[in-house]
Design a protein around this ligand. Structure first.
Ligand SMILES: [Fe+2]
Ligand SMILES: [Fe+2]
Length: 184
């Protein structure tokens, strides 16, 4: 798999977690007790798999080249589109964690903020992924020079290996599968 194919494959795993997040939020909406441990696992997956592993590779290996090589159009697409959305996703997650703490302390109204930030994140990321798969990645593939794409592939492969040696992918994909059984 080349670097971009790996990113697309990770999108599939992230989309599955977004479904889990929506299902868990639905339970909160129906008045069920919030299982903090599960929400913290979802936030952990988002922080370390979706953001750390996946957005990390996009930002460091691919988007950086698009910014440098693809003129104003590349700049607009990356700086005002993709990077802003990565940041907005981080904001939703920090608000979600703050809301979870308030609920834990007995603040009933903050259940609303748990739902709002969890669902807001899921909607943002699913639109973001759709844009990357259909516009941003194809643009990179047809516009970046072959030697640059080869460099993206090489750096992605090295990074993947490094993370695999720590067991990161296995850990988070197992966590995803376990949560899917609970929230389907
Ligand atoms: Fe992204
Ligand atoms: Fe992505």
């Amino acid at each position: 798999m080349n670097g971009i194919e790996i990113l697309v494959q990770e999108h599939d795993a992230i989309l599955r977690m977004l479904q889990v997040i929506r299902k868990a939020s639905m339970k909160v909406m129906k008045g069920e007790e919030i299982i903090h441990e599960d929400f913290l696992k979802m936030a952990d997956f988002v922080a370390n798999y979706a953001d750390g592993l996946h957005h990390g590779k996009e930002e460091k290996f691919l988007f950086q080249h698009m910014l440098e090589e693809l003129g104003q159009m590349g700049k607009n697409l990356i700086t005002h589109g993709m990077l802003v959305e990565h940041d907005l996703g981080r904001l939703y997650m920090s608000e979600l964690k703050a809301a979870l703490s308030r609920v834990r302390e007995g603040d009933e109204e903050s259940r609303l903020d748990v739902i709002a930030n969890a669902v807001g994140y899921a909607n943002l990321l699913s639109r973001h992924i759709e844009k990357e798969n259909s516009v941003v990645f194809p643009f990179a593939q047809r516009s970046l020079k072959p030697e640059i794409l080869a460099e993206v592939d090489q750096r992605s492969a090295e990074f993947e290996k490094e993370q695999e040696s720590k067991g990161l992918q296995h850990h988070y994909l197992t966590m995803l599968a376990e949560l899917e059984v609970k929230y389907q």
